[in-house]
Design a protein around this ligand. Structure first.
Ligand code: NAD
Ligand code: UD1
Length: 347
């Protein structure tokens, strides 16, 4: 059993990962300021994990930018009988459009927040980290599938902050021995836990395709706008690598265990399925899952979009023995169960 600090553990990916970690027997301290999440998510995680996980999930409301809050989180580990041995760092802001409008806030939370966290880790002698990076830092890829060695060319402030943290981590690893860091570049995380009890609960109008479709399916919104029918793809709509959030959560467990078991390293890995699906394919698959058609209209292209982004996931399989197991059908069935059982999210 390892004591792990999970920043942003109440969020979409964090909550699913907390469940997987509890089921694997780990002990968790979550630090979250609930800027984009609800404490209810972690109550449900504790319920899903059941009596076997009793007492292994501590939740601290606090901000990664505040050294006093980080101190409280590290102290909570000690108080529970085991110092924090590793950190999974999810906390951050992730809306591309918002990052264009408020770049300083994005640099503050994503970059300064990461720097404060790393300083606290140094102070407490904890040098094992799994970091939430993003495929957004590939920008417009030269070719697909995209390997980790592809050029880093972010096209918006959000992407720049992820690239900056990856740079910070590389500098840190070069500066002293002892660091074991996995930087995970997620493609398009979607879906929900198969219980339908936890899932994605975006604030306001969703920016991303999958939550938008879910809200149309449940009657919260009228129709999906398909951003472009003239892309150089088989059906003319954008193609993405959608990864079930439970596959992603299992990828974090695999990365964490590899870091804890291995020597000093900086491992940078794509987490994706390697399969691309078009917007129309996702709409059709969701309609099949919910049992009724999803109304949509064709609209113009969204600024900043690429035609196709698909991961080359071979390195994650080689390094971690991990690959996705769930299909687009699983993604839509689980996403629909979550949305239909919780039409207003965590409420
Ligand atoms: P999310 O918004 O659901 O979760 C982020 C969590 O961090 C939230 O619970 C939020 O309250 C918390 N948080 C934000 N600022 C904080 C702060 N200053 N201090 C403490 N907690 C704070 O997002 P998610 O989808 O779960 O994403 C998790 C991470 O993965 C993020 O770093 C994001 O950039 C990255 N990522 C997400 C996607 C995606 O499509 N969801 C894709 C690539 C990378
Ligand atoms: C977006 C972000 C990316 C971020 C990721 C996860 C942009 C340009 N990219 O990726 O940086 O890491 O979310 O948060 O914002 N689509 C529609 N109608 C919609 C919404 C989307 O047709 O209402 C299309 C898009 O054009 C795209 C596909 O659906 O082809 C997926 O879009 P989305 O879910 O927003 O993800 P990405 O653009 O891949």
């Amino acid at each position: 059993m390892t004591q792990i600090l999970i920043t942003g553990g109440a969020g979409f990916i964090g909550s699913h990962t907390c469940l997987v970690l509890l089921e694997a027997g780990h002990q968790l301290v979550v630090l979250d300021n609930f800027a984009n999440s609800s404490p209810e998510a972690l109550k449900r995680v504790a319920r899903l994990a059941g009596p076997a996980a009793a007492g292994r999930l501590q939740v601290i409301e606090g901000d990664i930018r505040d050294p006093a809050d980080l101190e409280r989180a590290f102290a909570a580990g000690v108080a529970a009988g085991a110092p924090i041995q590793a950190v999974i760092h999810f906390a951050g802001l992730k809306a591309v459009g918002e990052s264009v409008a408020e770049p300083l806030r994005y640099w503050d939370v994503n970059v300064t927040g990461s720097q404060q966290l790393l300083a606290a880790m140094v102070k407490h002698g904890c040098r094992t980290l799994v970091f939430s990076s993003s495929a957004t830092l590939y920008g417009y890829p030269d070719s697909v599938p995209i390997p980790e060695a592809a050029p880093i060319r972010p096209i918006n402030p959000y992407g720049h902050t992820k690239a900056a943290v990856e740079r910070m981590l590389a500098d840190l690893v070069a500066s002293e021995a002892g660091w074991r860091i996995a930087s995970l570049r997620y493609f398009n995380p979607v879906g929900a836990h198969p219980s339908g009890c936890i899932g994605e609960d975006p604030n306001g109008i969703p920016n991303n395709l999958f939550p938008f479709i879910s809200q149309v399916a449940v009657g919260r919104r009228e129709q999906v706008q398909v951003f472009g029918g003239d892309w150089p793809t088989p059906d003319g709509t954008g193609v993405r690598d959608y990864i079930h959030v439970m596959d992603l959560a299992e990828g974090h467990l695999a990365a964490l265990e590899a870091m804890l078991a291995g020597g000093d390293q900086l491992l940078t890995l794509n987490l994706g399925s390697g399969q691309g699906h078009s917007v129309l394919e996702v709409i059709e698959a969701f309609a099949a899952a919910c049992g009724h058609p999803i109304p949509y209209v064709m609209a113009s292209r969204r600024e900043g979009d690429a035609a196709i982004t698909v991961a080359d996931p071979a390195e994650a399989q080689r390094q971690l023995g991990w690959q996705t197991r769930r299909s687009l059908k699983d993604i839509c069935c689980d996403g629909w169960l979550w949305q239909s059982s919780n039409p207003n999210g965590y409420g």
